[in-house]
Every structure is written in C-alpha cells, then in structure tokens.
Design a binder for this molecule. Sequence first.
Ligand code: SAM
Length: 287
Amino acid sequence: TTPKLLGPAEIRALAAELDVRPTKTLGQNFVHDANTVRRIVTTSGIGSDDVVLEVGPGLGSLTLALLEKAGRVVAVEIDRKLAARLPQTVAEFAPAQAPNFDVVTADAMTVHPDDLPYVPTALVANLPYNVAVPVLLHLMSEFPTIRTALVMVQAEVADRLAATPGGRIYGVPSVKARFFGDVARAGSIGTHVFWPEPKIQSGLVRIDRRDAFGTDRDLRVRTFAAIDAAFAQRRKTLRSALSSWAGSAPQAEELLRAADIDPGLRGERCSVDDFVRLARVRKDAGS
Ligand code: SAM
C-alpha cells in the first residue's frame, strides 16, 4: 500500500499537537508538499535494496516518501520531541512500511555507524541549513557504505558544493565533497513548500561515491588539511598560502613541484586530485 504523505493540514496538526516552535538554530523548516518530497526521492535513485539514512526527519514529510521506495529508513533526529512522535506518524500514514522504519535520537554531526541499527547504503536528507556542509562531510567520511547521497541545502551552498576549479565560488566544500566522488546539482526548490517559509531558495546536490582515493582515513585527513591551508588565504599563491603547512615557503615550493603543481597558482585552480597528490608527496617526504 502507498503511504499517505504530509500536506499543509497534516503539518499544521502535528505542529500544534507537539507544540512545535521551529527553531532557526536547528534549521527547522518542514516540507508540506507531496510533489517535492517525491521528487527528492526520485532524484536520489534509491530503491528497495537500499537502507536509507535520513538526517533530520522532523515531522516525517520526506520519511514517508522514502518509505514508498526504500527497503528501510533509519532516521537520525536531534530533537527528542520530534523523534519520539515519528514511529506513530509512520504507523498512521504508512502502516505497511512501519516495520522498515527506525529512528535514533542523535546529533548527525557526531553520529557513528555503531549508533545505527542497520548499515546505510544511501543518504537522503533535507539537511539543517546551518550545519549542512559539516554534517554531509562527516557522514561521507564516517559511513563508507553510503554509495550515494542526495541532500537538500541552501541554493548557494548547493552551488558551492557542486562548483568546479577556477570559479569564484569554488572553495573548501567543493574540493572536499569531490574527495568522495562525483558531485552534481540536481534541482532547485522554492520557498513556498516549507513551513515556516525560509527567505532563500533551496537546491539539491547529489554525490555518487567513487572511492578513487580509497577509504584511507589518514589520506583524507592529510588532504583536508592541505585544502584548509590553501583556502585559508585564497588570494595568495600556493607557495605562500601553504608555507606554514609545509614548514616554510621553500619547502612548500618543493612539495608543490614534486606534486606537479605550479607554486604560483592559487588554490582555487586546483582539483581534489591535485590536493591528494600534494598530501601524498608530503607524507612520503616524512613531514
Ligand atoms: N526532513 C524534514 C522535512 O523535510 O520536512 C525536516 C527538515 S528540517 C530542514 C531539519 C531537521 O533536522 C529538523 O527536524 C531538525 O530538528 C533536525 N536537526 C537539526 N540539527 C540536527 C543535527 N545536528 N542532527 C540531527 N538532526 C538535526
């Protein structure tokens, strides 16, 4: 049976029952539009073989749409009151899918695979906007079993995540996201589908994991440190921006040349492959 989805009346009723006062700090904007949540699920490409990790299920709008397609949904919600109501909402709106649903009360910034009852294969989420990038990077780092991710974030953050080298908006989130795989913009979403209505448009971003650099934690940490250093002073050349990271400007120059990167370039010209090579060269140099 097809679950019923949450429209404006259902969202209003649930919010009243729980006395929800949406907070900006927790990025609480709830979707009340069936077409939007169905579109997110379709765009994610998830199917009955997937165990979907949903971050921030809120009142359950996206959760119910996910349960139409996924084998299983494991939701991680930080707000106890919202988390506690979800099993009942699923039982009411999607009774046939209720056995395929679990909710864990936890902070997605620190959640670990051991905290979840099942191993996720996909991430689909309308992320809390103020912590969207750190949550996304944390989950892609700590959950190597996630092969695909489809997240809704602020449009501007979506653009930055999907940006390619050379542009003005290409920065730390763009390079780090690409460490995990292919990143692409996957649509835009207006403000009217939310309660309360946010001021800015939202965008969808999809990451398909490639594991080009393996799941080597040490390499990731080293690569991310080089990225952070290069972009901390993004107007400077790499030779100068990376001098304290390398120990000195001449050492930075030497490492950059060994990694086949022009030391006179700025970080915004470099791809994630460049930063990975640089991290490897520095490790081999024993520094
Ligand atoms: N998925 C719902 C929807 O689409 O209507 C709600 C999305 S709302 C933008 C973000 C949700 O993330 C809220 O339910 C909020 O309580 C939750 N949240 C905020 N910070 C969180 C965190 N650090 N870990 C887990 N959930 C969080």
